[in-house]
Design a protein around this ligand. Structure first.
Ligand SMILES: [Cu+2]
Length: 141
């Protein structure tokens, strides 16, 4: 009986976290996300939806969560990989989660489990965008 109560409690705690819904967009024809800071809990399921509000073909965008300090490496690897690879090096160990590349007017999404507590940068890896198009995902314990 005690074991059953324990299982029920764990299930409840698991439900309490729920899925973190992150909906962000891009700002017109600029290299900018309309929101740049989000907070989720470690182990929480995170659903990110990126809406690309641009119309210019130079304004394709994605959302790439990376290990701290690896923004330039990931972006440069993406440029080398090219558009066919969504401007991401395949199997890049510095990438935690990423959406496909969104066409202007499009919407892309990704679901992942939040990593260990910490502060993680997210960037757009389209060539030339990452220095301006970025934000921070804070993961709490
Ligand atoms: Cu971009």
């Amino acid at each position: 009986m005690r074991a059953l109560v324990g299982v029920a409690l764990i299930a409840l705690i698991g439900c309490g976290k729920g899925t973190a819904e992150i909906a962000l967009g891009t700002v017109g024809e600029t290299m900018a996300y309309d929101q740049t800071a989000f907070t989720v809990q470690t182990g929480q399921k995170v659903h990110v939806v990126l809406s690309n509000h641009a119309t210019s073909q130079a304004m394709k965008h994605n959302w790439v969560l990376v290990k701290p300090g690896t923004e330039a490496d990931v972006a440069n690897g993406g440029v080398a990989a090219g558009e066919g690879s969504g401007y991401l090096k395949q199997g890049d160990a510095n990438v935690i989660a990423f959406t496909p590349l969104s066409q202007p007017g499009g919407q892309v999404e990704v679901t992942f489990v939040a990593p260990a507590a910490g502060s993680y940068p997210f960037i757009c890896s389209f060539p030339g965008h990452y220095t301006l198009m970025k934000g921070t995902l804070t993961v709490t314990p």
